[in-house]
Design a protein around this ligand. Structure first.
Ligand code: CTP
Ligand code: MG
Length: 173
């Protein structure tokens, strides 16, 4: 049965993905990941909202957050999870922008799934090899997955509202 301690464990486990997804808003900017390249539809590959500095900041800070967790847990698995969750979140964010551009959406235009949840699923996908080990550091139950989806959605909405109020983001999503 799912209990509060398990949900807290899940929150700590997923922190590298959250740090990777949120820090680019603060430290990003500069050269776009796609270098301005447009595709067959004459729309940008990713757009100006995805920058190299954002990727670097997200990967470094997301992994660092995971290393703090790993040290506290004294767990080798968590050291491996840190870059996987951070990298997975950043890949999902790029994939989301790629899909949004193909759908004709401009950078910054809101898309519930692509903005708020895709990064969680790609982070979990990259973490899968560690989670599927014979004795995994944490077990992801169906209730756990539902909890992560709701938590991610709520935190994302709250964080973006705050970033907008602080003048870090033009739009509150
Ligand atoms: N950012 C960045 N590099 C990244 C991700 C984000 O520099 N890899 C910065 C950009 O300044 C971006 C802001 O964080 O505008 C907000 O990120 P996000 O909401 O993911 O991008 P959007 O601008 O909304 O663009 P898109 O529609 O492509 O998601
Ligand atoms: Mg956005």
């Amino acid at each position: 049965m799912a209990d509060l301690a398990y949900f807290l464990e899940l929150f700590i486990f997923i922190l590298p993905a959250y740090f990777a997804n949120s820090t680019p808003v603060i430290f990003g900017g500069g050269t776009p990941v796609d270098f301005g390249v447009k595709l067959w539809d004459r729309r940008r590959l990713f757009g100006d909202g995805k920058t190299w500095r954002g990727l670097a900041a997200g990967f470094i800070l997301g992994t660092a957050a995971g290393f703090v967790v790993a040290s506290y847990k004294a767990s080798g698995d968590y050291f491996v999870l840190a870059p996987l969750l951070a990298g997975g979140a950043l890949l999902g964010d790029l994939l989301g922008s790629f899909i949004k551009r193909r759908m004709g959406m401009r950078s910054g235009q809101p898309s519930l799934f692509m903005d708020q949840l895709l990064f969680l699923f790609t982070a979990l996908a990259l973490a899968f090899p560690v989670l599927a080990k014979p004795s995994p550091p944490i077990t992801l139950t169906p209730e756990g997955l539902v909890f992560l989806v709701i938590l991610t959605y709520v935190l994302h909405v709250g964080a973006n509202w705050l970033a907008n109020r602080l003048g870090l983001k033009r739009v509150p999503w």
